[in-house]
Design a protein around this ligand. Structure first.
Ligand code: PLP
Length: 335
């Protein structure tokens, strides 16, 4: 990947003059079954650019309440697009069509216009949303003439889990964002894909947002390696997560959420008696394992290309060692 970056052919992409960016955008579009795509600096940028391009100020955007766009994008849609967010209750990114029908706004002098519906797959809970759910949301949206945007940051993980091509997922959305970073291992970048007309408009909006980049082929070259080489390797990441989950589940005091083990993420809870989260984090850090503090009481571990099986063993055994010390047992659940 680094070699590809160093030897990339570049031009000024603001003038659509960078051959490596063009190649990446063409390949990215093809890989999700859309007409065109646009290179953006991050996944958040891609989602927000999609919202800005699809909507008008004062529109309402319906998004499942646990989605990245609601939880982790700093309220950007209010600031950048001037739209109102309407959250939809969800179960790991899955929604009930009756809830969506209830939130949709028919024309009325008091109502904002429903300007966009967003879905996410794979969902950041570690779970993959079934195609049927995406399909029913899309059918409903179409019947009302409302576009659908898919946050597909990890669409290739979802495709791998469902054993379908990414276009089979993206067909249920008018636009889709996916990351070249994260599991696909590029240092920077995401793509926003959709129809030619949508991407033309998004290109101008990207400039407005300060995302028009010059000799960005150096980054696109990494993205090309990410797209050509990495999707086939995601299955291995998923197997590694399952291995880690199995090992952790044998540790007394650790509860692994097996209902959310569809991709490369392992969510677990630690039964705490005589120690704090900070003790746990500090112990792991001393063993070379750096993890985030828990969110809503849950820890998350993520496997990827650079996480080896020995590293997984080391992680599981370090957690077992901590729990054993904390609980004064041998750390293993009696069978
Ligand atoms: C990571 C992520 C994003 C945003 O990507 P960044 O590049 O970190 O901005 C968006 N959606 C989901 C589901 C993600 O996991």
């Amino acid at each position: 990947m680094l070699e590809a970056m160093v030897s990339a052919r570049v031009g000024d992409d603001v003038y659509e003059d960078d051959p490596t960016v063009k190649e990446l955008e063409a390949l990215g579009a093809e890989m999700v079954g859309k007409e065109a795509s646009l290179f953006v600096p991050s996944g958040t940028f891609g989602n927000q650019l999609a919202i800005l391009t699809h909507t008008r100020r004062g529109d309402e955007v319906i998004v499942p309440e646990s989605n990245h766009i609601v939880e982790h994008e700093v309220g950007a849609m209010a600031v950048i697009s001037g739209v109102q967010l309407r959250t939809l209750r969800d179960d790991r990114g899955r929604v009930a069509i009756e809830d969506l029908e209830r939130l949709y706004r028919e024309e009325d002098i008091h109502h904002p216009r429903t300007g966009l519906i967003c879905m996410e797959n794979a969902h950041s809970s570690g779970s993959v949303v079934p195609l049927e759910n995406l399909e029913e949301v899309y059918q409903f949206a179409r019947s009302k003439g409302v576009p659908v945007h898919l946050d597909g940051a990890r669409i290739f993980n979802a495709a791998c889990h469902l054993r379908v091509g990414a276009p089979e997922i993206a067909q249920y959305a008018d636009s889709v964002m996916f990351c070249l970073s994260k599991g696909l291992c590029a240092p920077v970048g995401s793509l926003l894909a959709g129809s030619k007309e949508f991407i033309k408009k998004a290109r101008k909006m990207r400039k407005l947002m300060g995302g028009g980049m010059r000799q960005v082929g150096y980054l696109a070259a990494a993205g090309l390696v990410a797209l050509k080489v990495m999707p086939q390797k995601l299955e291995e990441d998923h197997r590694k997560a399952q291995t880690l989950a199995r090992q952790l589940s044998r540790v007394e005091g650790i509860e692994v959420f097996f209902d959310r083990l569809d991709i490369n993420m392992v969510f677990f809870r630690v039964r705490r008696e005589s120690f704090s989260d900070a003790d746990f984090l500090q112990f792991l850090l001393q063993r070379g394992i750096k993890i985030n503090p828990p969110m809503k009481g849950e820890y998350r571990l993520v496997t990827h290309y650079w996480i080896s099986y020995p590293a997984i063993e080391h992680t599981a055994s370090s957690i077992a060692e901590f729990m054993e010390k904390a609980q004064g047992g041998d750390g293993t659940k009696s069978l």
